[in-house]
Structures are given as C-alpha cells and as structure tokens.
Design a protein around this ligand. Structure first.
Ligand SMILES: Nc1ncnc2c1ncn2[C@@H]1O[C@H](COP(=O)(O)OP(=O)(O)OP(=O)(O)O)[C@@H](O)[C@H]1O
Length: 689
C-alpha cells in the first residue's frame, strides 16, 4: 500500500477530497432546487385543477408530492452532512490488509461516510462502520473487524490521526498506540465550547466496547466523574441508530435526564453526529403523568435543598427506609395482600336475577394475577356476560354498567392515597408516612405511590420507546427502577456514579440496581478525561472512596483562598473571576452548596460582568461564560474553571456535604479555586499533608 505516505501527499489528498465533496455538494444543491421547483409546480397543478381531478387522481397527486417532499428532506439532511464533511472530511486512517491478500486498502474515517454518486467506492467511512471499529480497537499489527459476512482478520500496516479544521490539516500523527495520547491530550486541553461535543476522533477502546455493544438488553455503566459516561451513552445511541437503521429511529429513544439545563447541554451531540436529537424527560415529569389528579408532590430538588439546609433525623429515616429493594418487596407483598383480602363480595340483585357472592368471588379469584383494577373489570365482565334478564336474554348495557359499578364498590377502597397510607399500617410503621400538606407528598413517597398505582391500576407503558437511557442512576432508588421496569419494557442503558450522589440517604449502587435488572450487563469506567491530574488528586482527597484514575494531563494546583471576613471572601471570588476573564478559558462555574447560596453569590457579583447567569431548577439553558449555580444543578455539567465558595467548616460538614463538594470540584476541567472565610471545612483541611 503506497498511497499518501508523506505528509505532503496527505495534504494533497485532503485538497482533492475537499474538491470532491464540494462537487458533490453542488450536485446535491441542484437536485434539491429541482425537487423544490417540482413540488411547487405539482402543488400549483393540483390547486388549479382541483375541480377537474377525480378523488383517485387527487390522492395520487398528494402521494407523489409527499414522496417528493420526503426525498427532498432526506437530500437536505445529506447536504448538511456533506457540508460538515467538507470542513473536516476525516480524522483517522487505517491501512488494512486482510489475511490471504497481498494488497489492502487505506480506509479514511470521518464523522459521516461519503461516496460519490456515480461510484460505489467508499471514499470516507462512517466512524460507526464495521471497518472503522479497528481504528478504535487496534494499533499497528494484527487486527480484525466484524463484517456482515463474518469476522475479517488481517493486519494494520499504518494508522494515522488527523486534526482538520476549516479544510486545513492542523496536524497529522502516526499512531502506533491505540488512539494516540497526544491527540487526546490536545483535545482535552482545549477550552470548552458552549455545550458538550462529540468525541468520535478520540473514543477510547474501553468506551468503544460500550458504544458498539448491540447485544446487551439492559446495560449498566458505573463510571467515575469525567469518565465519559454521558458522551459514551450518546455515541451508543448514534451507533444503534446507524446499526439498526430502518427499525430504530431517534423517536424510539428516550433519555431520562436530571434537569432541563443538562438536556440543553447535551443537545448538540447527536445533531453533530448527523442524527436527530432524542426525546428527554425528567423523573418528575414521569411522576406528574402518573399522579395527575391524585396528589401534588415535593420535587427531588426541594428534598435535597431541605436536607442540605438542616438535618432532620425523622426525615432521613423516612428517606432511607424507602430507598431499598426490601421496601419494593414490601410494596409487592402488600399489593398481593390487599388484592387477595380487600375484595368483599355480596349478593347482587338485578331485577329478578340474583347473582351469589360465591359466584362473584369465584370470578374474582379466576381473573388472574393482574392489577386490582383489571381484576375488577374482568370479574364484572364475566358476571355480566353470564347474567340473564327475566326473559333469559343477555343484559342491556345499562344493567351491565350497574354490575360494573356494584362490583367496583365491593372493593374496600380504590383511593390510592388511602391504600398507600394503609400500607404503612400493614408494615407496622405508620410514622413513616407524612403528608407535607393535605394531598402533597414528600419526595420519598412519590415513586412508592407511583409503583403502588401500577400494582393497583396497571401501567400505561411507553410502547413507542425502544431504547431508554437513564443518566445519574445513583440518584434514583430501587423503587424508581421498579417503576421504570414496568413503564419501559425496552432495552436500557443506565449510567451514573455512586460517588456523585446529591442525596446519600437515597443513593443507589450498581448492586442495588441489579436487583431490579438481574440480567443486566454491567461495566465500569475508571479513567477520567475531564480534569487535570492536580484537580483529580485534590478531589480524591475529599472523597477517597472513588477509584478514579486521571488521564495524564497536568495543570495548575487548585487554589484555596482563606479570608477573615465575608467581605474578604467576596473579594477573593471577584479576584478569581478577574483571573478567569483574563485567561483563555471560556466557561466559569461558580458552584455553591445550595441554591440559596448561589442566589446570594449571584446578587453579590452580577454587576461585575454583564454575562453572568444564574442557573436554577427552572432554567432551561446552558450558557457560555459565567454561570452561578448549586452542586445539584451542576451535576453532569463541566466548566474550564470552577470556583467553589463558602468551603468553611460549618457549611461543608456532613457526609452529604462531602459528596456535594466532590461533585463541585470534579466539574472543573483546567482550573479550580476554593474560597472560605473563618475555619476551613474538614474535607479540605488535610489536603496536601
Ligand atoms: N474519549 C474521549 N476523548 C475526548 N474527550 C473525552 C473522551 N471521553 C470523555 N471525554 C471528555 O471528558 C469530559 C467528561 O465526559 P462526560 O461528561 O461524558 O463524563 P461523565 O462520566 O458523564 O461525567 P460526570 O459523571 O462527571 O458528569 C467531556 O468533556 C468529554 O468530552
């Protein structure tokens, strides 16, 4: 294989590829404009000849027009991809010779594939194609890939990485190692754009295994902070959309995300990869859908705020009790118990006919192991179907309805809140149920009630969803997962980090989640790509439990600034903002323990710079520049520079605070500054000793 050996040849080849892409763009633009013209003409024709066309002709015209529009839309999509490729056609190359052949080919790999209209020759391979997998999995030497016809073994003779921007090659690296560290280093040391970006050029081997996993039904990813869990999950979606084109579309994929800012933050990744963005929903929206008309409820954020403002042992006990798999089993046993015992039939008189309570009970018992409401419906329809009026005829609809109502009334109570309250008496712990206001639940009761509702009434499952992603899995309890498993029977990717819980009293480990999904495959990511070694070392001392391994990238040591007064601390924070403004960094997160502190901070500094944004739970956008927010909101996000204020002994003292501080510090990519006045928190006082 002798093509494009030298850098000069590669540059020339890049130039020719850009020209070929530009030619393809021109051709496609012409086609689109012709199609547009044809659609307009066809519509005009139908409009002008409406009266003269018979219904069959009108229908045929409509079909033709909508087909042309469909083609046009596909062409516009393709055009978007070609334009993107024309700016940076590829990022990698592997030269591969299959076993038994003397000659192989050079395969160029890009964000999208490209072949010219009149030729079947692939000029650029999509990063998701089978051949491209070798780029991520192997270095020079023996290699293999899975083709539709089976595994192809052979030898990689050359592997290169390119950084191409605005049609110009910035650099080219010969890589003998897997995705050369130099390129990864360069990528990671860049300052952050406004939103999360794709990582196709530097996907690591351990990440590629997850992305290209087509076989797991349920896949749980435990990954340390910054290990690329969210990136990997989104690339996995893009891979599955490519691999199962035709049976899976972006409308079949749903992500349960922690909040709207996070949704906005990740919203560019799939479009960058040429796919449409997927639907997103929050756990609370799910709960609101299920509990509509039943009751109101406290949000997760309100619960976290309450816990971080003051510590109430009874509340903590209630939360902890409801956060185990054992609790889910108790709800199951209770539902089985009431289903068995709370139906008390009586004889039913309809005109001259009498239906005995024994017959009704028999029908109820024969109605199967289904939710109570369905049992009652089945019982009623069997009884009504067998009953006859005085003339021996089947009952009229009005009489059938009467039977239905009467049988429903034989059940003790179908009021969900009443049944839920009874549950706590059943388990001998009535003190564990506390309404906040009449008909307002505290957060720890929300998903238990939803689960009970499913057991009583059955689930309205999301049938159109074929793949579900759950991010920040550590914040949801087994009962959340029990609900999820009933509402979504599809494949799932569940990801999170047990060390990043915003409420340790209800946090869930992979072991607990596996109790709900015993067949799930699990995978652990330990390498962290986001932060410098200095920042990770610092965070590791705050929370020594994690197994986090930083990627080899150095930066400044985190700074801790102490002052004697609050005014002194404001000055320190403002000074750090000035340092940020004077640096090349583009995003600054000021991450406070609580939302109230974030608001206080925002008030103090908002006049310092015109583009300071306060992020709270009603925000729906991630901004470039300076953002002030809470640890809870910042979860999943990242910033070039992070300032964590108020790190004093009274503000950060509990295990929950430790977890929040760890989350705050691991949001920083390049620079970390902590400030406090008075006595410093124990979590940082020993750092460096
Ligand atoms: N292979 C990679 N190449 C380049 N950048 C990467 C790679 N993997 C991860 N990153 C970068 O690391 C950062 C962290 O990624 P991501 O947010 O997906 O991690 P996470 O595990 O979900 O983090 P956290 O749980 O801490 O929120 C992002 O900037 C991402 O682009």
């Amino acid at each position: 294989m002798t093509v494009n050996q030298s850098e000069a040849e590669e540059r020339k080849y890049l130039g020719s590829m850009v020209s070929r892409l530009q030619k393809a763009i021109l051709l496609l633009e012409n086609k689109i404009s012709v199609t547009r013209h044809e659609v307009i003409e066809a519509k005009k024709y139908v409009w002008e000849n409406m009266a003269g066309l018979d219904p069959a002709e009108r229908a045929a015209n409509r079909v033709e027009i909508s087909l042309a529009i469909d083609h046009g839309e596909k062409a516009v999509d393709k055009l978007r991809r070609l334009r993107k490729l024309a700016e940076a056609p590829y990022f990698g190359r592997v030269d591969f010779v299959p076993d038994g052949r003397s000659k192989g080919d050079a395969y160029y790999i890009g964000v999208h594939g490209f072949n010219e209209e009149d030729s079947q020759e692939n000029l650029i391979y999509d990063w998701r194609s089978p051949i491209a997998s070798m780029f991520y999995d192997y270095h020079v030497g023996k290699a293999a890939y899975s083709a539709p016809a089976g595994e192809v073994k052979g030898e990689i003779g050359l592997k290169r990485q390119f950084k191409i921007k605005d049609r110009v090659m910035e650099y080219m690296i010969e890589s003998s190692l897997n995705i050369n560290d130099d390129v990864l280093q360069k990528e990671l040391s860049q300052t952050s754009d406004e939103k999360m970006k794709n990582i196709v050029a530097t996907i690591q081997k351990e990440q590629n295994v997850i992305i290209r996993n087509e076989h797991s039904y349920d896949l749980i990813i435990q990954g340390v902070a910054g290990s690329g869990k969210t990136s990997v999950a989104l690339h996995r979606v893009a891979f599955l959309l490519y691999r199962f084109k035709g049976t899976l579309t972006s409308q079949n994929i749903l992500i349960i995300s922690p909040n709207k800012v996070f949704s906005n933050y990740i919203s560019n990744v799939l479009p960058e990869l040429g796919e449409e963005t997927i639907m997103q929903i929050g756990f609370e929206e799910l709960a609101a859908r299920e509990l509509e008309g039943v009751c109101e409820f406290q949000t997760f954020n309100e619960q976290v705020t309450e816990l971080s403002d003051y510590s109430d042992d009874n509340l903590i006990e209630r939360i902890k009790y409801k956060s185990s798999m054992d609790f889910v089993h108790k709800l199951d046993r209770f539902a089985a118990h009431v289903r068995e015992n709370d139906f008390v039939p009586s004889d039913l008189i309809m005109g001259n006919a009498r239906i005995s309570k024994a017959d009704i009970l028999r029908a109820y018992q024969a109605s199967g192991n289904v939710p109570i409401k369905q049992k009652l419906e089945k019982t009623a329809s069997v009884i009504a179907g067998n009953a006859r009026d005085e003339d021996g005829d089947k009952l009229k609809p009005a009489a059938v309805n009467k039977i239905k109502t009467a049988i429903k009334k034989m059940y003790k109570s179908l009021n969900l809140l009443t049944i839920y309250k009874d549950f706590y008496s059943f388990i001998g712990k009535p003190e564990l149920f506390k309404l906040r206001k009449p008909r307002r639940l505290e957060f720890s009761d929300v998903f238990p009630l939803v689960y009970l509702k499913i057991l009583v009434e059955g689930a309205k499952s999301f049938d159109s969803v074929k793949h579900l992603l759950v991010d920040e899995m550590q914040d949801y309890t087994p009962v959340h997962y029990a609900v999820i498993s009933r509402l979504f029977t599809c494949k799932k990717t569940i990801l999170g980090d047990s060390n990043q819980s915003v409420n340790p009293y209800s946090s869930t480990s992979i072991t607990e989640i596996r109790k709900v999904f015993p067949e799930a495959d699990t995978v652990e990511l330990l390498k962290s790509y986001r932060s410098t070694i200095e920042i990770i070392d610092f965070a590791r001392q705050i929370n020594p439990n994690g197994k986090i391994i930083p990627i080899e990238r150095h930066g400044l040591l985190p700074k801790i600034k102490q002052s004697a007064s609050q005014d002194g601390e404001w000055t320190d924070v403002k000074q750090a903002i000035t340092e940020f403004l004077e640096s090349e960094n583009r995003s600054l997160g000021i991450v406070c323990k609580t939302q109230a502190q974030a608001e206080q901070m925002y008030k103090e500094i908002k006049d310092k710079h015109e583009d300071i944004h306060l992020l709270n739970f009603s925000s729906d956008q991630f901004y470039e520049g300076i953002m002030v927010t809470s640890c809870h909101m910042a979860k999943g996000l990242e910033f070039d520079h992070v300032i964590v204020p108020f790190v004093d002994a009274s503000n950060y003292k509990t295990e929950m605070d430790r977890s929040l501080l760890y989350i705050a510090c691991t949001r920083a990519m390049h620079v970390l500054t902590l400030t406090f006045q008075g006595e410093q928190s124990l979590f940082i006082s020993k750092i460096g000793e």
